[in-house]
Design a protein around this ligand. Structure first.
Ligand SMILES: Nc1ncnc2c1ncn2[C@@H]1O[C@H](COP(=O)(O)OP(=O)(O)OP(=O)(O)O)[C@@H](O)[C@H]1O
Ligand SMILES: [Mg+2]
Length: 211
């Protein structure tokens, strides 16, 4: 919330001094924070009532495409390469999911992967995120691996707690809390594998389509 106070301070000062540029800068900061708070409140409202899942068969290729398209602008902005090892366009691989709920989970993990890469931007020569899907007999695995800052083992449980974040006022600590809930609702699990300073890989495993 401190960003909102900073914006307020700059706007007030700008108004006092009739400094249009300062008002504009202050308003830019405030707008970003308002957007963040709005999405935070929507997240809480949407996920707090334990609504039952609306599961359907969803094509894995289409699902991954949507995910990748959503993240593409931010990855491009930071020069992060995408490596994909996922079903091909004509594949009929499918998962039995509530698309909205499950999409939110993978998006939260993907967003963190981008953040982790951005954190080592300028230090690491080539930033890369790899997304892969493994279709097994009993479960489908979604893996998102980044070569960002990494995550020490001692935090690997804590990251799923509500409001746990190491991003200061840039993070709310809701992302993985919600992701964990969504995956659990799908009877799935999330696993973390990381070597600090090298990579982090999140694996989401959910049971396959019921026959
Ligand atoms: N891929 C990753 N690499 C390194 N650290 C990670 C990674 N993913 C998550 N983390 C750690 O887990 C913490 C919690 O993540 P979470 O998504 O819940 O919150 P956040 O990203 O800080 O904020 P937001 O609610 O805006 O997503 C992060 O602050 C970060 O410390
Ligand atoms: Mg996050």
């Amino acid at each position: 919330m401190s960003g909102l106070d900073g914006g307020d301070y700059m706007i007030t000062l700008g108004l006092e001094n009739k400094d249009a540029e300062m008002i504009r800068d202050g308003w830019d900061i405030a707008k970003k924070k308002i957007k963040l708070i709005r999405s935070m409140i929507l997240d809480i409202l949407y996920h707090s009532k334990d609504r039952t899942l609306d599961r359907k068969s969803v094509n894995v290729f289409d699902f991954i495409q949507e995910l990748v398209t959503t993240m593409a602008p931010r990855m491009k902005e930071h020069g992060i390469a995408l490596v994909q090892d996922t079903p091909k366009p004509n594949s009929d691989a499918a998962v039995w999911i509530d698309k909205t709920v499950f999409f939110a989970a993978l998006l939260a993990i993907f967003e963190n992967a981008v953040d982790a890469c951005v954190a080592v931007k300028g230090v690491r020569e080539k930033l890369e995120i790899k997304i892969s899907v493994e279709l097994k007999d009993k479960e489908t695995l979604f893996k998102i691996r980044d070569n960002g800052k990494g995550l020490a083992r001692k935090y690997q449980k804590e990251v799923f707690s509500l409001f746990y974040s190491d991003k200061g006022n840039k993070g709310t600590g809701l992302g993985l809390f919600i992701a964990q809930r969504s995956v659990k609702q799908h009877k799935g699990v999330i696993k973390i594998n990381s070597i600090p300073g090298q990579y982090t890989e999140f694996t989401v495993a959910i049971p396959v389509l019921p026959v």
